[in-house]
Write a protein that binds this ligand. Structure first.
Ligand code: URA
Length: 236
């Protein structure tokens, strides 16, 4: 993964009149603060969200934002759309122009969408390597059988990309309703997995992403992630 941090000496030279060579002295004189602590080394990493202060002047103070939103049907998982409302249109947040979506849902899919301005966080959360479970409640047109459980666990071959989906857990709740847990997010993945059995998905609703649950959040409403959810999604 591409690193989005800059070394402290480079950051200072890019954001002040001091050169990289000056930074050792500034550090020795205790003139640089990183997230309110005195900087100790020219090698300290400065991320997009590190608060950097030099001689009492703030050079960078960007707030990271992590939101959970309940997407209703008929809303586009995009930041702009000429025809339909987007998930961003549902937000009042002052930094909403900086946000992007960590894992899109189709136009008629409902449920949990995460939004952030932290690209590293969203890339990690969406990466199959992080094995973050995305759980969906699904209603289908034709009766479900144990065959689906076995096939989804073994992986479904998608000829278009020539890939086999990673093992997915299916819990059958009733003849036409089930809960499906995936660790990846291929294009129309759920619909295509049921399509393997020629079974149409009639409704699709995402209830959780990793430790973040939709819970009682109403359609169209959003909330900040809690400190605990953030700690639990600080994937290495
Ligand atoms: N899989 C789909 O087919 N659609 C979604 O919106 C999400 C997962």
């Amino acid at each position: 993964m591409k690193s989005s941090t800059t070394r402290l000496d480079r950051f200072i030279s890019q954001h002040s009149a001091f050169s990289m060579a000056d930074v050792r002295l500034l550090i020795a004189q205790g003139r640089i603060l990183l997230d309110n602590l005195t900087a100790r080394s020219i090698n300290e990493p400065v991320s997009k969200f590190t608060r950097v202060e030099l001689d009492g002047v703030c050079l960078r103070n960007a707030q990271s934002v992590y939101l959970a939103l309940h997407k209703p049907a008929g809303v586009v998982s995009a930041t702009k759309d000429s025809k339909h409302p987007t998930v961003l249109d549902l937000l009042q947040h002052p930094q909403k122009g900086e946000l992007h979506i960590a894992g899109r849902l189709d136009f008629n899919t409902t449920g949990l969408v995460l939004l952030t301005n932290d690209g590293k966080w969203s890339r990690t959360l969406s990466s199959p390597d992080a094995r973050v479970a995305k759980v969906y409640e699904v209603r289908v047109a034709r009766p479900l059988t144990g065959e689906y459980v076995t096939a989804f666990n073994a992986g479904i071959y998608f000829a278009h990309e020539s890939i086999t989906t990673l093992p997915a857990q299916l819990e059958i709740l009733s003849e036409y309703r089930c809960r499906l847990s995936l660790v990846e997010g291929k294009y129309h993945q759920v619909k295509r997995m049921f399509g393997y059995f020629d079974n149409k998905v009639l409704s699709l609703h995402r209830v959780s992403v990793g430790p973040v649950f939709l819970g009682e959040l109403q359609p169209g409403a959003s909330r900040h992630l809690t400190a605990l959810e953030l700690a639990q999604t600080a994937y290495k």
